[in-house]
Design a protein around this ligand. Sequence first.
Ligand code: AR6
Length: 183
Amino acid sequence: MQTQIAETNLELIQGDITKAQVEAIVNAANSALVGGGGVDGAIRRAGGDAIEQACAEIRSSEGGCPTGKAVITPGGNLHAKYVIHTVGPVWEDGNSGEPELLASCYQESLQLAIENDIQSIAFPSISTGIFGYPTEKAAVVALTAVKELVLQSNAVPSTIQFILFDEATHTCYLDALLTVFGK
Ligand code: AR6
């Protein structure tokens, strides 16, 4: 499914983000920037040592990456030139700042993309795996955050993909597209 926000193509795709043919892929990381499971494990396996080396440098210079923020590393062996690592919130009860922190992940990642002149970027569904954020809620937050930033900024990437691993997640994002864009 594809839609247009100003000059940007927004695409919802079911698949594996490590195979994405874009300049940057986004990783659902942890604040220590140490390798984990889920999409983080898949990206690190596919990208190889260059990603861990760059994360180690960020750990020693900045101590990691706080929840809601993002950092950028090379993509190593991936097709993507860059990996943008962002740290989603762990779901508690929905009243502990989770929506704001999740929205911040998408917007901070897009800001880094703009700063690095990245024209195409792919996101996974941040926080909805190990971190337990309900996918229907997360999908609305994600698409709303992207829509707001695209409408507010110049020089946003011309292609923004969401690459959703499983059918249930893909369906939630298709439903959220209707809620957020009315189509
Ligand atoms: N491509 C696209 N999406 C994927 C892939 C893939 N190859 N593999 C999994 N997903 P999760 P989180 C989906 O758990 O909830 C790690 O240990 C998955 O099905 O990867 O933000 C980190 O180090 C789900 O829909 O991320 C952190 O400690 C989505 O990616 C923690 O997990 C997110 O699931 C982050 O947890």
